[in-house]
Design a binder for this molecule. Structure first.
Ligand SMILES: [Zn+2]
Length: 215
């Protein structure tokens, strides 16, 4: 069941103006994001699926998965996509002390930075909280540390097995517009819906003249 709406309501965005919900633009561009990887098979499938459309995307990676699958992580970078931080252990913010939450996030960022040959410390670090939830204290601290916090405009609900492939696709195609930030997951749980919806989303918007950009 879709408890959180697929499309983020405007009032929610106004409540948290310091977070990035979508990109303000009139250009035909969309921002695909993939959370929870790198994951064997699925992440490489995503990369191959994006390629013919020259689509760039943003991957909010879990540190533990980067550590387990460094080759896949390298492939994401090699394809020119953007890497975002999604904590090291996919923490639920409200269950953890701010100190530990920040430590876990910084651990992941250090790992991400170490994978770039010439890491420039002035590069913007972007962060998406797992489950889209964290304490105000945690978000404030992360912003102080220079993280840009990215939520979303559209949730595909790809991870939810009670959501059909068609509904997952429609969650995106019925609501995406110029500058939308769209959430998918390169995870095992999401793979059924993702494998159905992603190629169709790419084709649908490509035909309408849209380009897919990384944050
Ligand atoms: Zn996640």
């Amino acid at each position: 069941m879709q408890i959180i709406p697929a499309k983020t309501p405007g009032f929610v965005k106004t409540l948290f103006p310091n977070f990035v919900w979508n990109i303000a633009t009139d250009n035909k561009e969309l921002y695909l994001t993939f959370d929870d990887g790198p994951t064997p098979e699925i992440t490489d499938w995503v990369l191959q699926t994006l390629k013919p459309y020259k689509a760039k995307a943003t991957f909010f990676c879990i540190g533990n998965n980067i550590e387990k699958h460094p080759e896949i992580f390298k492939n994401i970078i090699a394809e020119g996509h953007t890497i975002g931080n999604h904590t090291y252990n996919h923490l639920k913010g409200w269950k953890h002390k701010t100190k530990n939450y920040i430590k876990d996030t910084e651990r992941n960022q250090a790992l991400i930075n170490s994978k770039f040959a010439n890491h420039d410390s002035s590069i913007e670090t972007i962060f998406r909280p797992p489950y889209g939830k964290f304490k105000t204290k945690q978000s404030k601290k992360l912003q102080e540390l220079g993280y840009k916090i990215v939520l979303w405009d559209i949730l595909s609900y790809d991870w939810d097995k009670s959501v059909s492939e068609e509904t997952c696709l429609k969650n995106v195609t019925s609501t995406a517009k110029e500058g939308s930030i769209i959430v998918f997951h390169d995870s095992v749980k999401a793979s059924r819906n993702l494998k159905y919806a992603l190629p169709k989303v790419l084709e649908y918007y490509h035909e309408k003249g849209y380009v897919f950009k990384a944050l």
